[in-house]
Design a protein around this ligand. Structure first.
Ligand code: PGA
Length: 251
């Protein structure tokens, strides 16, 4: 079990109309035990942020978004600023998810600019990294992830403003996962990288989440590892009982 407060984050992706999102949030807040040890977060799509925030009410559940623009405001049709997300009640924003890197060609440099914008707006950035299956088979996982960490997290990272999510691309939505010991080794390499760049207190305090087919039946095993500080959950976060079971597994 990690020495850091675990974070269990639901990435709802492009799912749920506002009414469904509100109902899912209601079911999560109703089932969340008051003495849960973990920080718990849901990240709905933009149009559901405001209704979900209303449904969160006084619950300890936190709200996050799935992307933001690097600029503060201006002529960027179809985009959303970090300040707009904060205004809607967001505390976190997921940045550099592999689906955005693939669907929108986001580079590490793009991600770093978004991370800086998120920090400027007072948001905590959840920076996603992870290797493809080819990269894993080539034996280049550590090198790929180190490069992503190095270039996607700008100067100024702290344990409070940054969370890293290690998500092997081949494990996302596939039902396949690395072994806990393989994931743990990558988490340790990520932490070494943070230590070199930002020093001991940032490295020791920053939460590194595992993501990619985390489910109720494998969560306890991942979350028992001292290097794994929580989960970024896609599919299983869309069903309240499954998401709550993962929160319970975090202790
Ligand atoms: P998954 O997605 O849990 O459905 O694999 C995780 C993610 O993409 O964040």
């Amino acid at each position: 079990m990690s020495q850091r407060t675990p974070l269990i984050a639901g990435n709802w992706k492009m799912n749920n109309l506002a009414a469904d999102a509100g109902a899912l949030c209601d079911a999560i807040t109703a089932g969340l035990s008051a003495d849960t040890h973990a920080d718990v977060l849901v990240c709905p799509t933009f149009t559901a942020l405001v209704p979900v925030q209303a449904s969160i009410g006084n619950s300890p559940l936190k709200l996050g978004a799935q992307d933001c623009h690097a600029n503060e405001k201006g002529a960027h049709t179809g985009d959303i600023s970090a300040a707009m997300l904060a205004d809607a009640g967001c505390v976190y924003v997921i940045l550099g998810h592999s689906e955005r890197r693939t669907d929108h060609g986001e580079s590490d440099t793009d991600v770093a600019a978004k991370v800086a914008a998120a920090w400027d707006a007072g948001l905590k950035a959840i920076v996603c990294v992870g290797e493809t299956e080819t990269e894993r088979n080539n034996g280049s996982t550590t090198e790929v992830v180190a490069r992503q960490i190095e270039n996607s997290i700008p100067a100024g990272a702290t344990a409070e403003n940054t969370v890293v999510a290690y998500e092997p691309v081949w494990a996302i939505g596939t039902g396949r996962t690395p072994s806990v010991s393989d994931a743990s080794a990558v988490h340790a390499a990520i932490r070494d990288n943070l230590r070199r760049r930002f020093g001991d207190s940032v490295a020791d305090g920053t939460r590194v989440l595992y993501g990619g087919s985390m489910k109720p039946d494998n969560a306890a095993e991942f979350l028992a590892d001292p290097e794994i500080d929580g989960g970024l959950i896609g599919g299983a976060s869309l069903k309240a009982p499954d998401f709550l079971a993962i929160v319970d597994a975090a202790g």
